[in-house]
Write a protein that binds this ligand. Structure first.
Ligand code: IDP
Ligand code: MG
Length: 132
């Protein structure tokens, strides 16, 4: 089923000059770029986006990181986009990510893990609406 998902190239990857390589991976995997914008977000915006994690011990560090520099916000479309992007990304902790995944290739740590992707249709709808 044709569906849309929301993705972010996170500040670690943008700062490391990896945006082009990650965009190429997404493109080659068959996603259509419905919308893309480069922005610097505030800590408050990051807190709203990651509200589901507000009780976690890593919340403050995560929202500091996400507001630390420019990132790319994207709406992506393809058949099975949500699950397929999660597969292309790899596990949250790059140490556990499969070979060939974006996080395995480009992420530096559990927190600074290069890319975000929505995990379900409801979160994709919320996240797309939050930024676009
Ligand atoms: P996901 O990005 O693979 O969906 P989530 O569990 O939703 O992973 O966590 C959101 C983000 O929070 C992760 O991508 C990562 O940047 C950060 N994060 C998750 N768990 C930890 C942790 O234990 N320590 C530090 N940062 C974390
Ligand atoms: Mg998540």
């Amino acid at each position: 089923m044709l569906e849309r998902t929301f993705s972010i190239i996170k500040p670690d990857a943008v700062a490391a000059g990896l945006s082009g390589a990650i965009l190429a991976e997404i493109d080659q995997a068959g996603f259509r770029f419905v919308a893309i914008k480069k922005e610097s977000i505030t800590k408050r915006e990051a807190e709203g986006f990651y509200a589901i994690h507000s009780s976690k011990p890593f919340f403050s560090g995560l929202t500091d990181f996400m507001s630390s520099g420019p990132l790319y916000l994207m709406v992506l479309e393809k058949d099975n986009a949500i699950a397929d992007l999660r597969k292309l990304m790899g596990a949250t902790n790059p140490a556990n990510a499969e070979e060939g995944t974006i996080r395995k290739k480009f992420a530096r740590s559990l927190q600074e893990n290069a890319i975000h992707g929505s995990d379900a249709p409801e979160t994709a709808a919320f996240e797309i609406g939050y930024w676009f």
